[in-house]
Design a protein around this ligand. Sequence first.
Ligand code: APR
Ligand code: PHB
Length: 390
Amino acid sequence: MRTKVGIIGGGPSGLMLSQLLDLKGIDNVVLERQSREYVLGRIRAGVLEHGFAELMREAQCGARMDAEGEIHDGFYIAENNKKMRVDLAAHTGGNSVVVYGQTELTRDLYAARDKMGGTVIHNAEDVKPHDLKTDAPYLTYRAGDEIIRIDCDFIIGADGFHGVSRKSIPGDVLTEYEKVYPFGWLGVLSRTKPVSPELIYAKSPRGFALCSLRSQALSRYYIQVPLSDSVDDWSDDAFWDELKARLPDDVAARLETGPSIEKSIAPLRSFVAEPMRYGKLFLAGDAAHIVPPTGARGLNSAASDIYYLYHGLVDHYLNGDDAGLDSYSQKALARVWKAQRFSWWMTSLLHNFPDAIPYDQKLQQTDLEYLFSSEAAMTSLAENYVGLPF
Ligand code: APR
Ligand code: PHB
């Protein structure tokens, strides 16, 4: 088989790039290790920045997002029975975010690939990129007993944090920067009315909590837990009690509880791999970088990679210009690090750090007080939360 662009990974990054390239007549193949049911069964975050929503529209996948997603032009930060609103629109010249589940967005991208007759190969085992430093790179994968080869011009590693792409860059070329936080988030999805129409990020002496939503009938809540906890340690009742204890009294009193339909723990990690290009291989999304979920940046830093790669590949194929591809790693990393900084900052502001000394706690408190007493600080939070320009 031969294609122009071989894409490893059928998550949001890989599918979005595949769809955008196909719309420009650039043929590509997506290789996904899992089944479609498995990919669409993963519960992921649900806040899309303005720029990502625009990319969905450009990919002709935005109709359901626009019909069913909710525009949010603010959210709350709560502490000590106080709720303070972050007015995103007022501090960004009218910008906002879209609350729309990443699972739904992936479903829309698959539907769009199907409609255009795009090639997405599921259950592709042992995917391997080869000859990345030559002009004839190729991919192999196994389907049953058969090894299949796909010759390509370029290979895109959009296969998430645990994928094979980053691992195929030699260790003396790649530098990895990592920060692991000493806690995780326990998340619960429930078919209950959300406690607040807008998100509430809550700082409390018992630890961080987040009230989010997927729709007006589907809530998503999180609490900070020690890394040693497992899902089995948390009955639904225990989860609801702990969540209430971390929220302002009036919010806790209104909280509608019900059976969890999904419950999982995710560790918090910041990670960046540099460079994001090795020969004919380009890394994108979680394959190259991850953020803790506090600033809702995960999908959004993937979006800027896809934007730069898409334009670089279009310039290569349609205009014979390689400047975009040649500057990809540098440009993508500049924005990646800004999302890293913001996610680290919001995580540091709102969580309980088990090893914090009293001095650290005072600084954290001061940071929050400064935020709500300074228009400049609030503008900085708002512009980062809605997303810096690509
Ligand atoms: N071969 C083929 N596919 C693979 C391989 C492999 N060796 N390893 C992983 N994959 C697939 C995974 O099954 C997954 O479907 O690659 C896909 C990667 O998707 P994601 O992990 O969702 O990463 P990405 O598409 O970059 O999405 C960006 O935004 O909100 C954040 O972390 C969240 O996943 C989200 C991310
Ligand atoms: C979510 O709804 O899952 C969500 C929202 C905002 C975040 C993280 C997760 O910052």
